[in-house]
Design a protein around this ligand. Structure first.
Ligand SMILES: NC(=O)c1ccc[n+]([C@@H]2O[C@H](COP(=O)([O-])OP(=O)(O)OC[C@H]3O[C@@H](n4cnc5c(N)ncnc54)[C@H](OP(=O)(O)O)[C@@H]3O)[C@@H](O)[C@H]2O)c1
Length: 406
């Protein structure tokens, strides 16, 4: 399959907010038809041409494909080694593309954070993708690469230095600066709307092992943090982290798919630091309160309509200055086998959701297309599909830094 196709990578959704950033990054860093053959794709030719004129030039080929038109998806997937998709909400537009990729043995990466949809895709397609060697890799953006690769890195260091993996890792968001796009907000709304129609989805979203293989959906971890508590290891108050419901599931799936290199009793959770003293506690309560309102607003309610008005529309998101001035700093407190605590850290330049995410997604696509990575197929995770090769790319090219201190 790989390497004889017309394109190494097709960026589908290149007319959208995040897709255009991916195209811009590829054009600036790799040119076109040079070391990398790639194309921009979408459903609307005029829109694609306009975006191409802004972020690249007319040497970048355009491909047309609509999420509802299987023939167009079939043709697109046959012409590329990897499809890199930012067409979301994925639960609304993603099913047929995953199917076409597996049918045509085309590797795939996306920015999905919709756990209920990923679970459906795993249940439906994992066996077929595994059997024919197609790598389908969700969550190649801020959720969940820093978490998944951060744990992968910390565990490698722990094993190197002590011979055993850490028994528990607590990821703490120390600082981050960025904004949300309309596409991301639409995906969150879609997930909520689906769950309101089918209440069993709430059960999937609450299950800490929702993305684990069938028969392996249990372990020592409990539900995500829902309140503000004091964290002794961090010496700080901690509050819920909105991405924990995705990232923790991906880390647990990585452990399971790789046959438990972190141990069957490995524990993992995520939260945000809100500071010490009464100030830290009050900040935690206020932030958690606002987040609760956004998350709980029911589709069609007055509250939801009010929140919708305050947040961006699809196609909108943080501007270039906001993206450039953004960053993140994540701590990984690892409890080692002897009870001591090691400290891992992952930092990223640019805002997490778009500036950094577009670089992570682009580098994941290149990694899947050209790097020497494990020879396996299935509904994989970034750490399992790409491991060391992705770790190197993230540090060399995408502005991430990984460190570890025992
Ligand atoms: N995990 C993360 O860290 C992370 C970060 C950022 C974004 N995301 C996710 O990425 C996705 C995209 O976000 P965004 O802000 O870039 O969204 P957006 O600006 O709304 O872009 C969506 C793209 O999908 C295309 N599209 C819509 N319907 C289509 C169809 N029927 N067939 C083909 N293409 C179609 C749009 O094409 P048109 O231009 O023709 O309308 C557009 O190119 C969302 O699901 C978001 O949650 C995740």
């Amino acid at each position: 399959m790989a390497n004889q196709r017309k394109y190494d990578i097709i960026v589908w959704g290149a007319s959208g907010f995040t897709g255009r950033l991916v195209a811009e990054y590829l054009f600036e860093q790799y040119g076109v038809n040079d070391s990398l053959k790639w194309a921009m794709a979408g459903r609307n030719k005029a829109k694609l041409e306009a975006v191409r004129a802004e972020v690249a030039d007319d040497t970048v080929p355009l491909v047309l494909a609509d999420s509802q038109d299987m023939a167009s998806l079939d043709a697109m997937t046959k012409s590329a080694t990897v499809i890199c998709t930012t067409v979301g909400p994925y639960a609304k537009y993603g099913d047929k593309l995953v199917e076409a990729c597996i049918n045509n043995q085309t590797h795939y990466c996306d920015l999905a954070g919709e756990v209920q949809w990923m679970r459906r895709m795993i249940d439906k397609h994992h066996d077929a993708a595994k059997a024919n060697g197609t790598k389908i890799v969700h969550t190649c953006g801020f959720d969940s690469i820093p978490s998944d690769m951060g744990v992968y890195f910390v565990q490698q260091e722990a094993i190197k230095q002590t011979g055993k993996p850490a028994q528990k890792i607590e990821m703490r968001v120390k600082a981050m600066k960025g904004g949300m796009s309309g596409g991301t907000y639409a995906s969150m709304s879609e997930m909520k709307a689906e769950a309101e129609k089918d209440k069993s989805i709430y059960g999937i979203l609450a299950d800490p092992y929702a993305l684990n293989p069938e028969g392996e959906r249990s372990g020592p971890d409990r539900k995500d943090l829902m309140k503000v508590v004091y964290d002794e290891t961090s010496k700080s108050w901690i509050m819920p982290f909105v991405m924990a419901g995705i990232n923790t599931r991906v880390v647990r799936r990585s452990n399971a798919l790789a046959n438990y290199p972190y141990g069957k009793d490995f524990q993992y959770d995520e939260a945000m630091l809100s500071g010490d003293g009464i100030g830290g506690r009050l900040k935690g309560l206020a932030t958690a309160g606002v987040m609760g309102i956004v998350m709980m607003a029911k589709p069609g309610s007055l509250l939801k309509k009010g929140v919708d008005k305050m947040l961006p529309e699809p196609g909108e998101g943080p501007n270039a200055t906001e993206r450039k001035n953004g960053f993140y700093n994540l701590l990984f407190n690892a409890t080692l086998a002897d009870g001591s605590i090691a400290r891992g850290k992952v930092t990223g330049d640019r805002d997490p959701g778009y500036g950094s995410t577009s670089k992570m997604l682009a580098e994941s696509a290149i990694c899947l297309a050209v790097d020497d990575i494990p020879d396996m197929g299935g509904m994989l995770t970034p750490a399992v599909a790409m491991g060391d090769a992705l770790l190197k790319r993230l540090q060399d090219n995408a502005g991430l830094a990984f460190s570890y201190k025992s």
